[in-house]
Ligand binder design. Structure first.
Ligand SMILES: [Zn+2]
Length: 63
């Protein structure tokens, strides 16, 4: 015999999205880019020092 279908009771969402202080500006000198409240860095994307990770192979020796 198949019993009744059971499920979890509806409850509140676990947590809200992490947010940061609003109306922050990029910390790079002279940059007036406003940062998103979802951006956990203190610089904009252009000044974040983003580096492309090496996907495969060897790094080319610096000449
Ligand atoms: Zn910037």
């Amino acid at each position: 015999m198949v019993g009744p279908i059971q499920g979890a009771r509806i409850s509140a969402l676990p947590r809200r999205n992490t947010r940061f202080e609003a109306d922050r500006l990029c910390s790079h000198p002279g940059c007036i880019t406003k940062l998103s409240i979802y951006n956990r860095r203190d610089t904009c994307f252009a000044h974040a020092g983003f580096k492309i990770p090496r996907l495969r192979g060897r790094t080319r020796p610096q000449s």
